[in-house]
Design a protein around this ligand. Structure first.
Ligand SMILES: [Fe+2]
Length: 140
């Protein structure tokens, strides 16, 4: 399975949507690296890129929530923490095994892609809606 950005993932906030596309691209690069050669070091390197970009994206999203005084920020940050834990577990799997196994790929599908889809459709969309609402009510 490859992750795919489609209309169901659009939040309407340009910054968030652009970064989600990039995030999905990084997830797919990780999956590609698992297929070609199954080299442990290559997989670790692509996981590094994904982990770095995830950190960047989460901090940008959290900064935005602080700026707009989003009331659900605490819960949102907790959700972000969950994915950070998943990424740590993925590193452990790569370390313990000889390389990206089928089980590793399964974890990426289940705990990263499915998590991201759910998170975007619920948590991120409500941030984008809140921002849109507050920006527009100021103009009235
Ligand atoms: Fe988020």
């Amino acid at each position: 399975m490859r992750a795919e950005f489609d209309d169901s993932l659009v939040t309407g906030n340009e910054m968030i949507d652009t970064q989600h596309k990039e995030l999905i691209d990084k997830i797919n690069k990780l999956l590609d690296s698992c297929e070609s050669g199954r080299d442990k070091l290559v997989a670790i390197k692509t996981l590094d890129y994904l982990a770095d970009y995830t950190d960047f994206h989460f901090s940008e999203e959290e900064k935005l929530q602080e700026e707009i005084e989003y009331p659900g920020i605490t819960e949102h940050k907790k959700e972000h923490e969950k994915l950070r834990t998943v990424v740590k577990e993925l590193y452990e799997m790569l370390e313990e095994e000889e390389g990206p196994s089928d089980a590793f790929v399964e974890q990426v599908n289940k705990n990263v892609i499915e998590w991201l889809y759910r998170h975007i459709k619920g948590f991120d969309r409500s941030v984008a809606e809140y921002k849109f609402m507050t920006a527009n009510s100021e103009r009235l």
